[in-house]
Design a protein around this ligand. Structure first.
Ligand SMILES: [Zn+2]
Length: 111
């Protein structure tokens, strides 16, 4: 069955593979329906479960967390949750470069 792509509305979906990643870490390739026009890929619920299991096995699952930004004198403080600190092997006291990426994202570069 060849369905029309729900994203671009003109391409056809064909069986293919898609490379998944989470937080910039490669999770491998999974079967997907891939649009031959815009390239959008759709994985089924079975593949979704595998991707989730892989992310959990790699310690990536749940690393994105809501935190609040606190005031500290004239500066602001963002707490890094313990799980994220463990994943990044941060102990505290490291040097980092903090910079904006647009107006809605902060990047903290380590090392
Ligand atoms: Zn498309």
């Amino acid at each position: 069955m060849m369905a029309t792509c729900p994203v671009c509305g003109k391409g056809r979906l064909r069986r293919g593979k898609v490379r998944e990643e989470m937080f910039g870490v490669d999770l491998g390739e999974y079967p997907a329906e891939v649009c031959d026009s815009c390239g959008e890929a759709f994985v089924d619920s079975e593949a979704m479960k595998k991707i989730e299991a892989r992310a959990k096995a790699m310690g990536l699952w749940g690393l994105a967390k809501k935190v609040s930004i606190a005031k500290s004198g004239n500066s602001l403080v963002v707490r890094i949750p313990a799980e994220l600190a463990r994943f990044l092997r941060l102990k505290g006291g490291e040097d980092a470069l903090v910079r904006p990426e647009g107006r809605e994202k902060i990047v903290v570069e380590l090392g």
